[in-house]
Design a protein around this ligand. Structure first.
Ligand code: UD1
Ligand code: MG
Length: 459
């Protein structure tokens, strides 16, 4: 029997807090880590850990948080905690969701985004083995502010909030992460028996441990690494969490076959996909929705979003790929090249100083330095089509809509505003005139003027 598949799980995520220390108009749990709101990370992890249903407790800016939560997962439900009377009270705001179809109920915090699915799974495995409540704790050098776990072997006797703890209890360095798993059958009775007779006059979820013991239930503590339990209260902690998230992703990608010479300078989005044998040079930023295929190289100082880079393609240094861009196998985009909604076919080269927008670039086409697609006329965007094997001369302006035929050429410096047939050479520029001896005449006249001014100054 496999606990992961047989037992049904509801996850309740607490996200009602104000997050005053963020000093922000944006609700705390919507602040992003790797581009995804913290509560989004927690929801993703809950799902990976087998949650069949997700209930989110909202309060501060409830509508905004509910909307975001429903966008991430339309099957999730939001529950409003009208008054903030403590974590125990918050969980009960989602009481409607705690129905008898579930065996396990996991409580997570919306501002603790680094918890791993495997950790939640191991807590659920303990429920499967007979525990009624499992509380995840961590050891830390500075336990100030956290609830202390009072244990006897594996058994958890009580959790004492810092503010309510004795000096002796405050010496305990094993702390409550805030993450708990309950056997659903006993949960609501336990929560309803929690009182608010404490320093803060709040209903503490943590008191579930003591209450359950008094009912003769089995409550156990399980240890998790500290980095998974980091909570975000201010933007300094937000940056710490971002840093750890990025480190984890770099580590995982390197182990899956991606090379990075300076991994700490490469910033990923939560959904970035990089296949094996890709090489990522230093100083890169990945925005949303980027996919790098096998063996591609992204050279230093490039910024990519909404782009796919094909097998063996080379992008950068100093390239910017914007949404809708697809680089085919072995295609190239070199330094100071910006591509927006560009379909660049296999082996095509755009190596220097170009803007390619709303364009199709054919296979093996060569786009000369300084080529610009003039795709916008102030009202609408227009398409440029460049055929396979075409050769676009340096400093060509392609005024869209325009199409360049297969194997056609454009002469350097041309402004191309009419379609060019296949195999044609288009030249659009003033005719060159060589004025014999004219340079010499100008030079001598200028030298004579210089001499004249000098002798007037000397006089
Ligand atoms: C809580 C734990 C503490 C633990 C710490 C870990 C309690 C009583 N204490 O303390 O043992 O060491 O987390 O970080 O649970 N929330 C609501 N509604 C409320 C109150 C809180 O939704 O009425 C939410 C908050 O937004 C937050 C979470 O519950 O996401 C935890 O609340 P917080 O105030 O941060 O509790 P701590 O004092 O940090
Ligand atoms: Mg907290």
């Amino acid at each position: 029997m496999n606990s992961k598949t047989d037992r049904k799980c509801l996850t309740i995520i607490l996200a009602a807090g104000e997050g005053k220390r963020m000093a922000s108009d944006l609700p705390k749990v919507l602040h992003p880590v790797a581009g995804l709101a913290m509560v989004g990370h927690v929801m993703e992890t809950a799902k990976s850990a087998g949650a069949e249903a997700i209930a989110v407790v909202v309060g501060n800016q409830a509508e905004r948080v509910s909307k975001a939560v429903e966008d991430y997962d339309p099957s999730s439900t939001s529950h409003i905690q009208h008054e903030r009377l403590g974590t125990g009270h918050a969980v009960l705001a989602a009481q409607d969701a705690i129905t008898d179809e579930f065996d396990d109920v996991v409580v997570l915090n919306g501002d603790v985004p680094l918890i791993r699915a495997s950790t939640i799974e191991s807590a659920r495995a303990e429920l499967n083995e007979g525990a009624d409540i499992v509380v995840l704790g961590f050891r830390t050098a500075d336990p100030t502010g956290y609830g202390r776990m009072i244990t006897e072997g594996k058994n958890l006797l009580a959790i004492r909030e810092h503010k309510d703890a004795t000096d002796e209890e405050r010496k305990i360095t094993f702390c409550n992460s805030g993450i708990m798993a309950f056997r659903r059958e006993i949960m609501v009775d336990v929560l309803k028996a929690i009182g608010n007779d404490n320093t803060q006059g709040e209903y503490y979820l943590t008191d579930a441990a003591e209450v359950a013991r008094q009912k003769g239930l089995e409550v156990i503590a399980s240890e998790v690494p500290e980095d998974e339990t980091l909570g975000v209260n201010d933007r300094v902690q937000l940056a710490e969490v971002e840093h750890i998230w990025q480190q984890r992703r770099r580590h995982d990608l390197m182990l899956s076959g991606v090379s990075m010479t300076a991994p700490h300078t490469v910033i990923f989005h939560h959904d970035t996909v990089v296949e094996r044998d890709a090489v990522l040079e230093p100083n890169l930023v990945f925005g949303p929705d980027v996919r790098i295929a096998k063996g591609a190289t992204i050279r230093s100082f490039s910024h990519l979003e909404g782009a796919q880079v094909g097998e063996g393609a080379i992008v950068g240094p100093f390239a910017r790929l914007r949404p809708g861009t697809v680089m085919g196998p072995k295609a190239r985009a070199g330094n100071f090249v910006e591509i927006k909604a560009g379909l660049v076919a296999a082996g095509a080269k755009i190596n220097h100083l170009s803007y390619i927008g709303d364009a199709e670039v054919g296979a093996e086409a060569n786009i000369g330095a300084g080529t610009i697609t003039c795709n916008y006329d102030g009202f609408g965007k227009h398409k440029t089509k460049i055929g396979d094997g075409a050769f676009i001369g340096t400093n060509t302006s392609l005024v869209a809509p325009v199409s360049i035929g297969t194997n056609a050429n454009t002469a350097a410096g041309s402004v191309i505003y009419e379609d060019v047939p296949s195999d044609a050479l288009a030249i659009e520029r003033g005719k060159q005139a060589n004025l014999e001896g004219k340079a010499k005449v100008l030079r001598e006249r200028n030298q004579a003027r210089k001499l004249a001014t000098r002798s007037t100054k000397d006089a």
